[in-house]
Design a protein around this ligand. Sequence first.
Ligand code: BTN
Length: 329
Amino acid sequence: MAETSSSEELVLAFLAEAGDEFVSGEAISGKLGLTRAAVWKHVNALRAAGYRIDALPARGYRLAEVPDRLTALELRPLLDTHDLGRELHCYDELGSTNDRAKELADAGAEHGEVVVAEAQTAGRGRRGREWVSPPRRNLYFSVVLRPDLPPARAAELTLVASIAVCDAARQAGVAAGIKWPNDVLVGGKKLAGILTELAAEPDRVHWVVIGVGVNVNARAEDFPEELRGDATSLLIERRRPVPRALFAAACLTGLEGWLDRHAEEGFGTIRDAWRERSVTLGREVVVRTEGREIAGVAEDIDAQGALLVRGRAGVERILAGDVTLLRPR
Ligand code: BTN
């Protein structure tokens, strides 16, 4: 992957920040301490890298199109975060971003380091399932976190992540909701999944890796036939592709915001936000857990994020399991 100079990134960040507005060459050179000739050189290098940058003599430059790639060059200028993504590890292909993030975490990666891949050859879902990860269509990333939490509370972070991904999908214009614990659905079909893994001692978390897979621009034919009835993508729902770098930035920025609120305000705030986005609560469900099936109405999540299902034998508290929603609403 070609390296880009940091001045080029600064020029790009400046243009990205201006959004749809033109910015003069003078403003860019003044702000960044570059000559006008250097600005021109960097603009041309960015164009060669696939950015479309409009230039008008009296008005300056405007970023018209960002290439649909997920490298640090695209992502960094779009990130409005203090920790998440300050260190980005971007790959064309990996087995699994979670596996790479776990290796990095074991080797001392810092809180907020992010691994992104254009494709996964061994993408993993919950319960040992495969996560279909075709190249250059979707978003696959994992974040290394070093939270100040006892291991028993680490599962809360999965709910935090589901809120951020649900919000990013809603911002992209689809009516997303969360199925317990952390599947993001649109119209009953799966748009995104989250796989959380951790290393801990009995009283202390070493690291948590949150892996997020979002079906962004996948077409129906990108899913194996047996999944087509159960999976969807932003492209399928909106009928227009989504710029993946912008969507990734929205997920990471949102995730950091909700992580901050979790750290400052505790799980109560997250529980309320999760309830507001839930498509599980109030529904008749069947939950498969530890070889058992529990049928009933999903009433709530408790202060630990466990699902409370009222069945024939009273309320059951479920810590992990697969929920099937019965009867569409
Ligand atoms: C699920 O719903 O089963 C969880 C899916 C998680 C998929 C993501 S894609 C990025 C990260 N790397 C993986 O191998 N899995 C997660």
